[in-house]
Design a protein around this ligand. Structure first.
Ligand code: ZN
Length: 245
């Protein structure tokens, strides 16, 4: 990657991962996230919900689930080297594509100023979870809005300015066109997933993760990989495509 941001005198490039529930990012892109962190990128997680419906335990309450799952997410983030975790605390299962939500994500992008955004592919077919569908769509719409000053101009006070994201990578995609070798970070990915104890239960998550990563790895001739659909937001894309790792 040739471009770096220079916000607040900080020359480190930034990655923002925008997703729906604690553990989404660990399942779908955390091997890549760990590589970004190791390479010196500043990584921020943004969660639309705190997973307050994620339990079959008849005694679990939404409030307990939020506390448990936010703590699990913070622990997983530490394992991966993520520096900031932002919880937007929408209700689990009720995230919708809307102008207010787009405005909210645009503000998060303008404050966090990422060079790279990772999120759900809004065009994945037959995605059952409404939050996953809504996050992908809204994030892309917010990336487009955040770069133009006439969108939500009321946000542009106290030094906050419009912001242009350079690259978007969609996970959970039907149309992968970009693979990241995660052979060196797959153990971190598994360790981060195990932090989500309330969700993992007694499943052998290590073997599940390795099996899936092996399939993606075969596409580029490495042991383990994660698959994305890459969407360049700036031209020429060949100058921006590959992180320098
Ligand atoms: Zn999810």
């Amino acid at each position: 990657m040739t471009d770096t941001s220079t916000i607040s005198g900080e020359a480190r490039p930034r990655v923002m991962v925008i997703f729906a529930h604690p553990d989404d990012a660990e399942f779908l892109c955390s091997g890549t996230v760990a590589r970004y962190a190791r390479s010196g990128y500043r990584v921020q997680y943004v969660l639309a919900t705190s997973g307050d419906k994620g339990s079959n335990d008849p005694d679990a309450t939404p409030e307990q689930l939020v506390a448990t799952r936010e703590a699990e997410q913070q622990t997983a983030a530490k394992v991966l080297g993520i520096e900031e975790v932002t919880f937007l605390r929408h209700k689990d299962g009720e995230v919708e594509v809307s102008i207010p939500f787009r405005r909210e994500i645009a503000q998060v992008i303008r404050v966090g100023r990422p060079d790279v955004v990772l999120t759900f592919d809004p065009w994945q077919r037959y995605q059952i979870h409404p939050d996953h569908r809504a996050i992908g769509q809204t994030t892309l719409d917010a990336v487009a809005a955040a770069r133009d000053r006439l969108y939500y101009p009321e946000q542009l006070t106290n030094g906050l300015t419009e912001h242009r994201v350079h690259n978007v990578y969609f996970f959970a995609t039907d149309a992968p066109n970009y693979y990241v070798d995660i052979t060196d970070t797959i153990e971190q990915k598994i360790e981060a997933l195990l932090c989500h104890a309330s969700q993992i239960g007694s499943r052998d998550i290590g073997e599940f993760v390795r099996a899936r990563a092996r399939v993606a790895g075969a596409e580029i001739g490495v042991e383990y990989a994660e698959a994305f659909h890459y969407l360049p937001m700036m031209r020429p894309p060949e100058l921006l495509r590959h992180p320098n790792w």
